[in-house]
Ligand binder design. Structure first.
Ligand SMILES: *[C@@H]1O[C@H](CO)[C@@H](O)[C@H](O)[C@H]1NC(C)=O
Ligand SMILES: *[C@@H]1O[C@H](CO)[C@@H](O)[C@H](O)[C@H]1NC(C)=O
Ligand SMILES: *[C@@H]1O[C@H](CO)[C@@H](O)[C@H](O)[C@H]1NC(C)=O
Ligand SMILES: *[C@@H]1O[C@H](CO)[C@@H](O)[C@H](O)[C@H]1NC(C)=O
Ligand SMILES: *[C@@H]1O[C@H](CO)[C@@H](O)[C@H](O)[C@H]1NC(C)=O
Length: 456
């Protein structure tokens, strides 16, 4: 074992021991009160709480095909990597906050005293966003649940017959998630004699790095996120910073936005990685967490969502790739051939899935998320805490319903969702033709090269 890994394990064990001694009784079986506001750092079980009881639970009756003759013929899943360590930038902010607590905090609360006396910083720069053991487990469990939800598709026979295609972003946490997903399948069928490959494709799974108009116009452009910066300077955030400063017993001016976020990260990561309701969670109350959640949603909105058209257009390549695969499966089945790629699994990032969901028109609120409408957006549907926990997944299941034609069912995080613009009785499983009609303009246009070209 590498010394780095050894250090990680030792650090994790130490932190687990120190976190167990929380001063207040744990709420809700050790779940922090603010766990539902963790944005893209949230736990999958907070989105599907029934999994807390049984991590392999599935309920096939949620699928509800419109007629008994419907049979799955193709399944595509775009999956976000599992729980990961913080990035180096986050770790630096967390270290700064920890130093302030050690050297400058004068607050009297027991939890604070206990962090000072017992808690030790165990996050190190080398962790830089790597997949943690919890993340490995998440992908293994997801593989098993998907095979139980779609037993005729994600099956031993299909796997052995070579009908699976697995693609991933080249980022270590995605490759490791891919290996975990594959291991989950092999373990579940106790297969020891089969090797099946996967391929890296960043053009598809990290399109956001390859779209020049997005990179220059949004990703590296501070003006593109002006609403985020305004909100960070606004009255709601100032109150959060004052609250945290008061609890720590430091002057208000010491707690910047980044340090408030670091407190939030400490609680989120200790929970996601080590499953503990850590002492750090007491630095924030629920109202504070909702404000930080909004700041992060604002950022996703302006960088990955509806804020700028190019955010979603950057996913045009993936969009066409998805529909090409669906069309190929449909036409193979129609022409009496066996569907050659019956299951496609594509592992990527929140930054891969959010733009695609946006392009497809999901989670669109009637008004724009801005720096000044925090209260008005209380019930917004664009809420990453619900949409994008670790291991978030978008599944498209194509059914042949005999005389009733082909039907397409979208599921987000294992729950049926309805394509926007398609309503009616069978809206959760509309005709494939209807879906293509709804997206006709995108299917005829939405050309990655053309959309992403820099205008000079
Ligand atoms: C399964 O889903 C169906 C349909 O949504 C629901 O009526 C039923 O209560 C669920 N069963 C369980 C055990 O959750
Ligand atoms: C914290 O205290 C140290 C000395 O104990 C001092 O040098 C430093 O400026 C203080 N930092 C802040 C942010 O107040
Ligand atoms: C990645 O996927 C795209 C779209 O399917 C394809 O055109 C391209 O050849 C793939 N690249 C690699 C390296 O496989
Ligand atoms: C940066 O963003 C602003 C606001 O969206 C936009 O007006 C400007 O053109 C962008 N700059 C570049 C270089 O694209
Ligand atoms: C096409 O799909 C239907 C429904 O599952 C199935 O009965 C039929 O055998 C498929 N055709 C071929 C050639 O696989």
């Amino acid at each position: 074992m590498s010394t780095f890994l050894q250090r990680l394990i030792i650090f994790q064990v130490l932190s687990l021991c120190s976190s167990l001694g929380t001063s207040r009784p744990l709420q809700n079986d050790g779940i922090p009160a603010i766990a539902k506001y963790f944005n893209t750092k949230g736990r999958y079980e907070e989105v599907n709480p029934y999994l807390r009881e049984d991590i392999l639970a599935v309920n096939r009756s949620i699928l509800q095909p419109p007629s008994a003759q419907c049979r799955e013929i193709y399944l595509l899943a775009v999956i976000r990597h599992g729980t990961r360590y913080p990035t180096t930038k986050n770790i630096k902010d967390m270290q700064r906050l920890y130093n302030i607590i050690l050297h400058n905090a004068t607050g009297e609360d027991r939890w604070l005293r206990k962090i000072q006396s017992h808690w030790r910083m165990w996050y190190v720069d080398e962790m830089d966003g790597r997949l943690v053991q919890k993340g490995v487990d998440e992908l293994k469990h997801l593989a098993v649940r998907l095979s139980r939800l779609f037993p005729s598709m994600i099956s031993h026979e299909k796997l052995r017959g070579g009908f699976f295609k697995i693609l991933t972003s080249s980022k270590h946490r995605c490759v490791d998630s891919t290996l975990a997903f594959k291991a989950g399948l092999l373990d579940q069928w106790a297969i020891t004699d089969l090797e099946f490959g996967h391929s890296l494709n960043d053009t598809l799974m990290r399109f956001f790095d390859h779209c020049a108009k997005f990179v220059h116009g949004v990703d590296n452009n501070a003006s593109a996120v002006v609403e985020v910066n305004k909100f960070k300077q606004g009255p709601e955030m100032r109150r959060v910073q004052e609250n945290i400063a008061r609890r720590l017993g430091v002057p208000h001016s010491v707690i910047t936005y980044d340090l408030s976020e670091a407190a939030f990260f400490f609680c989120a990561y200790e929970f996601a990685i080590s499953s503990v309701n850590s002492l750090w969670c007491q630095a924030l109350d629920e109202d504070d967490a909702k404000v930080i959640e909004y700041a992060s949603d604002l950022r996703e909105f302006w960088k990955r969502g509806y804020g700028h058209d190019i955010n979603s257009k950057a996913s045009c390549g993936l969009f066409h790739d998805v529909f090409n695969r669906l069309n190929r499966a449909a036409s193979e089945n129609k022409s009496g051939r066996e569907v050659t790629e019956a299951v496609t699994v594509q592992i990527g990032h929140a930054d891969t899935i959010l733009p695609l969901l946006t392009l497809l028109g999901f989670f669109k609120d009637s008004s724009t998320l801005t720096a000044t409408n925090y209260a008005e957006q209380t019930h917004r549907s664009f809420r990453t805490s619900h949409m994008m926990p670790y291991a978030a997944n978008l599944v498209l299941a194509l059914y042949d319903c005999g005389s009733d034609g082909l039907r397409l069912q979208p599921l987000l995080n294992e729950k049926p969702v309805t394509f926007p613009g398609l309503s009616g009785q069978t809206a959760s499983m509309p005709r494939f033709e209807e879906v293509k009609e709804y997206y006709r303009e995108l299917l005829q246009g939405c050309d990655f090269e053309a959309e992403c070209k820099l205008e000079v």
